[in-house]
Design a protein. Structure first.
Ligand SMILES: Cc1ncc(COP(=O)(O)O)c(C=O)c1O
Length: 430
């Protein structure tokens, strides 16, 4: 199949990498970028690869964006890192800006990673409610640290000993693979909570959800689901935590994915896209929750909490997203991408489903060989010059996740769809 040879990527590099790099999740990608700009990555031989995963679903402004470069330069030369109890202007400016975007959640804490923000969110929910049972979706991904990992069910639960007691899961609705024919998502949700009510010890504290389960295979919660979930939480005194690591800051064609549903969570976590690829995360919550947390001496003290350098990057990201109209652009570019992917579905029987919102799309291959086909398509697409991620760990091996930067051009979308189509055609011809 792979008759286009990869450039002789530096054999010495791979020898050293094999000698020293600890593996942490499948094989390393056989492409070694030395430079990244806009939507493209370049290796030492000058070969370019179109980055349709925005790095790890994060670089929403593409790579090496001039405003981010300027923000990093300015901040590193003025305010870099501070004592954790010391506030600074970029931090308060970013908190205020985020609060303007979600006025119901005006209290903000800035952190570094998605897992860390979810860790803080669950700890906050436990502190405030005095309860400790946490529920997520069986296809979820919330991070690799204790509480976040305990609420992550799409992968990574084997071989690491006990997770936090009181961790529960319910299935996410999946229109392409309904669990039972003729059962609505509302019936499935009712049934799941009836089961939870029997299993829990009366200490249900929070539900944590991605509005679109990304690692789980781009499962978009159907309209109405979020409101129904909110009702279930309210009836049990549970807080609703939404994890918008991948969906936040415009990617779905709205600033936040929850806006479609008109349901504001009690706690919102942002990460990946907020720093556009640099390590920045945020937790946002209501005044009443912040007051209760203060009364109960909520503690989440870290080295990089509210650090000014990442905060100034977050400010630059939001400034560019607003200045350049990138939320609307994500909606428009997303329509073009969806049209292109649906065209592939019409031409190739192996493409079973195309789904997603805005610039967060997934294609699922059909049939028993779905996982093998998506692996082969991913490998060949890379050789052809397209990095389109795939869930290689966990249970969603047949779905490719496609999330170009919000700055992607129409020509780049057409190029990416074309390369994907060529890869699918060649894999299925074999
Ligand atoms: C929805 C979601 N939440 C949280 C995380 C964890 O973020 P991080 O890897 O920055 O800890 C991820 C990572 O993929 C994610 O997709």
């Amino acid at each position: 199949m792979n008759d286009i040879p990869m450039p002789p990527a530096d054999a010495a590099f791979w020898t050293r990498a094999r000698r020293h790099m600890l593996g942490y999740g499948g094989e390393f990608v056989p492409f070694v970028p030395v430079r990244a700009a806009g939507s493209f990555l370049y290796d030492a031989a000058g070969r370019r690869v179109l980055d349709f995963t925005s790095g790890q679903m994060s670089a929403i402004l593409g790579h090496s964006h001039p405003d981010i470069i300027a923000a990093v330069h300015k901040s590193i030369g003025t305010l870099d890192h501070l004592f954790s109890s010391m506030l600074s202007h970029p931090v308060v400016d970013l908190a205020e800006k985020l609060a303007q975007l979600v006025p119901d959640l005006p209290k903000v804490m800035l952190l570094s990673t998605g897992g860390e923000a979810n860790e803080a969110a669950i700890r906050l929910a436990k502190t405030v409610t005095g309860k400790w049972e946490v529920v997520g979706f069986t296809q979820s991904w919330h991070g690799m640290t204790g509480q976040a990992a305990a609420a992550t069910y799409s992968a990574g639960r084997r071989g690491t000993g006990p997770v936090a007691p009181g961790s529960f899961a319910i299935p996410a609705p999946n229109a392409y693979h309904p669990r039972f024919a003729g059962v609505t998502w509302q019936q499935e949700l009712d049934d799941s909570f009836a089961l939870l009510d029997r299993q829990c010890t009366g200490n249900l504290c929070a539900f944590i959800a991605e509005p679109i389960l990304s690692s789980g295979g781009i499962l978009d919660l159907p309209p109405g689901y979020m409101a129904a979930l909110r009702e279930k939480c309210d009836a049990r005194g549970m807080l609703l935590i939404l994890d918008e690591a991948q969906t936040g800051i415009g990617r779905t064609g709205q600033m936040f994915a929850f806006e479609r549903d008109g349901v504001v969570p009690d706690i919102l976590t942002l990460s990946k896209t907020l720093g556009a690829g640099l390590p920045l995360a945020a937790l946002m919550t209501r005044n009443a929750i912040a007051d209760a947390a203060k009364a109960k001496n909520f503690l989440f003290y870290t080295t990089h909490v509210n650090d000014p350098l990442p905060a100034s990057i977050g400010l630059a990201v939001l400034r560019v997203v607003e200045r350049d109209g990138l939320v609307a652009r994500a909606a428009g570019a997303g329509e073009r991408l969806a049209r292109g992917l649906r065209g592939l579905q019409q031409r190739h029987a192996c493409v079973g489903d195309v789904r997603g919102r805005g610039l967060l799309m997934g294609i699922e291959f059909a049939g028993a060989k779905a996982a093998a086909i998506s692996d082969a398509v991913t490998d060949l697409a890379l050789e052809l010059g397209l990095s389109a991620n795939i869930v290689r760990v966990g249970t969603s091996g047949g779905v490719m996740r496609i999330a170009p930067p919000l700055t992607v051009t129409d020509e780049e979308i057409d190029l990416g769809v074309g390369l994907l189509g060529e890869a699918i055609a060649r894999v299925t011809a074999e």
